[in-house]
Design a protein around this ligand. Structure first.
Ligand SMILES: Nc1ncnc2c1ncn2[C@@H]1O[C@H](COP(=O)(O)OP(=O)(O)OP(=O)(O)O)[C@@H](O)[C@H]1O
Ligand SMILES: [Mg+2]
Length: 310
């Protein structure tokens, strides 16, 4: 189960400073991932914390499914939301299994049910239950700790998941691996996920939609390809970086722009699920201006020239 999350004109002003979040309106459709991106201090964590009412908005409301959260008992609301906090936040004195079991225990599940759920979740996040259940967080790698954090947030099967810079502490290679893992998990569980990051690459990889925040204001809220094609202003363009068109090519698949025309005999081939970046590199590598798409059809270098305008 997943639920839509709708921000309706939400403002949070702490005393004596400009609003941390300023008239935010946006909808996260049920079962999709929203990546919330922007520089330090732009209001990302404040936005997240208003969803589970760790922070109350100064005005406006957030609607979960059909229900404004201001009308829900806080306990009931939090039961519907898994929260992965900035800097992991596993309890060091509790084993992996105990960390994951926190919410189920609060909900009064019996031990066999909790044990089964812990094992199921460890498997889901790619950890071996027998090996990892009894370990303590300090005996896990950073990436493993973050996966336990994800397992803990999923424990009571909440329809909504909030993740605040969950992968911030990881090296680039582990980070991509854990991102892939999250996407694979999402393929199975289909939650409504809001994930905060200050890394535009991560936002583009993970988000069905990306929301760019600057000083509490929503600057742009679109699908990754649309943000890459048309950054709203210089601020968004700078967040994306100088390799915008490479990122665009890496976001689009061969299947999305190929033609049904057959390629000439002996043309190098490419899988239809490959990215256009991969296809372009294959063209450079083979000196061919066209590729045969496995299973039928072809991709010509002309097809790549059109992608930036969509
Ligand atoms: N309790 C508070 N009292 C006063 N100001 C606050 C409080 N919490 C946050 N702020 C201010 O609100 C703004 C947004 O903070 P927030 O934590 O949402 O930023 P962020 O986008 O998550 O940043 P980071 O990427 O560094 O985590 C900042 O200017 C911050 O100083
Ligand atoms: Mg933050």
């Amino acid at each position: 189960m997943a639920l839509q999350v709708e921000f309706r004109d939400v403002t949070k002003a702490f005393p004596g400073t400009p609003p941390a979040v300023d008239r935010l309106s946006l909808t996260v459709e049920a079962g999709t991932i929203l990546a919330l991106v922007g520089p330090s201090g732009c209001g990302k964590t404040t936005t997240m914390k208003m969803v589970n009412r760790l922070i109350e908005p100064s005005s406006g409301d957030i609607v979960l499914g059909d229900t404004p959260i201001s009308r829900m008992p806080v306990k009931e609301l939090r039961r519907m939301i898994g929260y992965v906090i900035q800097y992991v936040g596993l309890f060091p004195h509790m084993s992996v299994a105990e960390n994951i079991a926190i919410v189920p225990r609060l909900l009064g599940w019996n031990k066999p049910r909790i044990d089964a759920r812990v094992d199921e979740l460890l498997t889901l996040v790619g950890l071996v239950p027998q090996t990892h259940r009894a370990r303590y967080p300090r005996n896990l790698s950073g990436g493993q700790q973050q996966r336990v954090g994800v397992a803990r947030a999923l424990a009571a099967d909440p329809p909504v998941l909030l993740m605040d810079e969950p992968f911030g502490a990881l090296d680039p290679i582990t980070r991509v691996r854990v991102q892939d893992k999250l996407l694979a998990i999402q393929g199975k569980v289909r939650k409504t996920i809001i994930i905060v990051t200050h890394d535009m690459d991560e936002a583009i990889r993970l988000g069905d939609k990306v929301a760019v925040l600057r000083a509490g204001r929503l600057v742009q809220h679109e699908a990754p390809v649309d943000i890459l094609r048309h950054p709203k202003d210089a601020f968004v363009a700078e967040l994306i970086g100088h390799d915008r068109l490479v990122k665009l090519l890496s976001t689009l698949s061969v299947a999305s722009v190929m033609s049904a025309d057959a390629a000439p005999a002996d043309t190098p081939s490419i899988n239809r699920a490959a990215t256009l970046e991969g296809a372009f590199l294959r063209m450079l590598d083979t000196g061919s201006d066209a590729l045969a798409v496995e299973g039928g059809g072809s991709l010509h270098i002309r097809d790549l020239l059109r992608v930036s305008t969509g």
